[in-house]
Ligand binder design. Structure first.
Ligand code: HEC
Length: 190
């Protein structure tokens, strides 16, 4: 009797451990994948709030009020121009805003980006703030709706995690149930 009691306690401990470990693992997986899926964070080169104001005044006519593009390239998620390794590199952004860009073969747009968006009065600080605003918008997953592709990927991931978790829980319940049935049967035999 004491022996059976001990076995029960031991069994309970193991299943409790597994029952805790499974959600813990799921949570860990979720956290790491979410952390992975947000673009790498770079320090902002300026003040994004000031940048937002300057953007509305100087850039929105070509790049769209929500950076969705138009006459100009899409700025969120930012178009990758050929030959540009990382379009969110602050140095690249500061340089293209300062100097503009002549359209090159393979570019999404066939017209030029004017230097300083055509406003010669923009200061160096203004340009840093604009770059900060563009980077911040690209890094903020809550700020812009997910692309259909990204949404599908995340949905698949979560459905997969859910199925694995449910299979595990079903397995645990089945194990417990079998033990319970065995105990009942043993009691009846006595
Ligand atoms: C007259 C329209 C126009 C205005 C105004 C304008 N742009 Fe552009 N911008 C463009 C075009 C067109 C391109 C794409 C050039 C190319 O394909 O070579 C571009 C490209 C860019 C890029 C590179 C995008 C990428 O995918 O790497 C950035 C960054 C950018 N613009 C920022 C700005 C900012 C900030 C302002 C405001 C200060 C601004 N632009 C104002 C037309 C404009």
């Amino acid at each position: 009797m004491i022996f059976a009691g001990m076995r029960l306690v031991k069994g309970f401990k193991v299943s409790a451990l597994v029952a805790l470990a499974v959600p813990a693992l799921l949570a860990l997986t979720a956290i790491t994948t979410l952390a992975d899926s947000s673009p790498a964070r770079t320090a902002l080169p300026g003040d994004p709030t000031r940048g937002a104001t300057l953007y509305g005044q100087n850039c929105a006519t070509c790049h769209g009020v929500n950076l969705e593009g138009g006459i100009g390239a899409v700025l969120n998620p930012i178009d990758k121009l050929p030959g540009v390794a990382n379009p969110l590199d602050p140095d690249f952004l500061i340089s293209i805003i300062t100097n503009g860009r002549q359209p090159q073969p393979g570019d999404p747009k066939s017209i030029a980006m004017p230097a300083k968006g055509g406003n010669a009065n923009l200061t160096g600080q203004d340009i840093k703030d604009l770059a900060a605003y563009i980077i911040q918008q690209n890094q903020n997953p809550g700020g812009a709706p997910l692309s259909a592709n990204e949404l599908a990927k995340r949905t698949m991931l979560w459905v997969g995690i859910g199925i694995v978790g449910m299979v595990f829980i079903t397995y645990l319940l089945a194990q417990y149930n079998m033990r319970w049935i065995a105990r009942r049967a043993a009691a009846r035999h006595r």
